[in-house]
Design a protein around this ligand. Structure first.
Ligand code: SF4
Length: 75
């Protein structure tokens, strides 16, 4: 799966690092490090983390496949 974090939105609340520590990690107080290609086995964790982000900075699977490309152009 593909994950992109909009770091210009991220406020370092660390909800994602708490819910999916294998995919998201805080580096210092505010800098977020993340795995852009987490294993599909972590999908649920990553989706939960994305849903919990207070500023919706985590985008999941937005860059994959023709369908999502069409969706992106529509919105
Ligand atoms: S939950 Fe959202 S705001 Fe908080 S560290 Fe993760 S991406 Fe950033």
């Amino acid at each position: 799966m593909r994950v992109v974090v909009d770091l210009s939105r991220c406020e370092g609340y660390a909800q994602c690092a708490f819910l999916a520590p294998e995919a998201f990690r805080m580096h210092g107080e505010e800098a977020l490090m993340y795995d852009p290609n987490p294993d599909d086995a972590r999908r649920d964790q990553v989706l939960r983390a994305a849903a919990a982000c207070p500023v919706q900075a985590i985008l999941v699977d937005r860059l994959e496949g023709p369908d999502s490309a069409v969706e992106a152009t529509r919105s």
